[in-house]
Every structure is written in C-alpha cells, then in structure tokens.
Design a protein around this ligand. Sequence first.
Ligand code: PAF
Length: 292
Amino acid sequence: VSLERFLTPENARTVVRAWQREGLTVGFVPTMGALHEGHLSLLRACATECDRAVLSIYVNPTQFGPNEDLEAYPRRLDEDCELAERAGANAVFCPTDKLMYPSGYATFVDQTGMTEVLEGLHRPGHFRGVLTVVCKLLNCVPAECAYFGQKDFQQTVVIRRMVADLNMGVEVRVQPTVREPDGLAMSSRNDYLDADQRRDALCLWRALQNVKKRYAAGENAAAAARQAMREVLAQVPQASPDYVDIVDCDTLERVDELTERAVAVLAVRLGGTRLIDNLPMAGDLPPGRAKN
Ligand code: PAF
C-alpha cells in the first residue's frame, strides 16, 4: 500500500501545509476506522472534490462512556488502509493515545445546549469527547474542508456549531447516509449484531420510513408521527429505544409539525448493541446542507 502514513501531528501538519503552499486543496475525513461503505463514500467525495484526501483513523477514548464499547470497538488498521487507498485517499493520520492525550492533558471543548439533548442525554460527555478530538484532528490536519456522514446527524450539527463558534474556518461537508439494500444504515457497530438482531435492527428503518410516508401524505402532526414510530419499534420486543423524536435540522428542538426542516431521529438498543439512525423529511441532505 503506497498510502502515506502520518504518525505524528507535526508530520501531518507539515505535509498538509506543504501541499497547500503548492496550491493544492486538502480535504479531511475523520474516522474511527473499521471502514465501511459509509466511510468510503465520504472518502470518494473528498478525493473527487479536493486535490488531496486525508483520513484519520483513531478510536478516540474521550468520546466513550465508562460502560461503553471502547475495548470492543473493531480495529483493523491494515485492511482500512487498503480500502482507503482504493477509495482515493492520499494519506492517513493514525495517532496513538499517548500522542493525542499525553500525560498532563487538560483541555476540552465544551458546547452547551445542543450537546445536551438526544445522544447527549444518553451518552453524557460523548460530544465533549467528539468536539475535543475533532478540534484537535483539524489542528493536526488543517484541511480546507472536512467530511462527515449524515448518519451521525447530531454530531454534524454540533460540529458545525463548534466550527462557527471557534472561527475554525474549515468547511463542513455532510454526505448522505449509506444503507444496506434492506435499509439498515451502515455502521461499524453493525458488526456486533447476530443474525436475529440483524433482522430486528430493521425496525429503525421501518420507524423512520413511517414518518416519511406520513409527511409525503401531508399528515403533519409530529406528535402522532412520534407515537407511530414508537409503535413500529414496539413490534420488536427485543428493541429497547433510548429515544425517538422529530427535531429541527438546525436547532435540534422538538418540532410540532412535520415540515422540510424536520428530521426523525432515534437510538435503539438491541441486546448489548446501540444503534442510531435518522431521516430528514427534506431528503438525504436537509435544506442548506447540500455540499458545494
Ligand atoms: O464519527 C466518528 O467516527 C467520530 O465521532 C469522529 C468524528 C471520527 C470523532 O472521533
């Protein structure tokens, strides 16, 4: 594999800055590895739209809660590097925990409001870890644009907020969720599902589609749509929802009406696996979010 590997922040920054001095544009795709089609679609967009495409592979410990799946999270660096290169990546940044969080590390990015709802309620501290590492990664790989998947909808919203609030000057580009043929959103955590859970996991997609159908039919009451989502999930006794909601695409506030700004969101536990998914009423990319 001829994909260039950046092992230290200095190494990454030096090469990225040199490319930029040559007049090349640099795009960045932060990941935690275990790459699937969703990640590869981000990389392909990045490689098409920018002169150089860099990805990071780093399982960031600060975004996992004490009882979460940090240890179990799939790690397959060599295979990931091959996939990334085939998708058009020029370089990968794969730092160690010691480099990212050396002893004495003391600085975190805290965002109020939108980090405290939905995922934030159920995974306290999660977005503090995500925003901290994304800020750090963007300091290591100072790209012009950064790519994120719509699958982690709330993450895209709070990252946009951070980038604006901290004047980070990077353009955030969101790409549509990539799904299995039966509708299940691609996720590294799908690896944890056994055959029965894999079948049961389709209830997320069924619940989301139910909302979209109501919207398409002109039924605009969000409360009824939320109730219908819960009823779809209840048909699978093993599925235990953490939350089921319909929120505004920019503010994450609960909406009363289904409009093109509404996004249906949910998190569901199946055995030990926690899956999230979402569906914007406006289509894959909510208004104002289309990439350039
Ligand atoms: O979406 C992810 O994989 C992670 O949250 C990210 C953005 C790479 C930060 O660790």
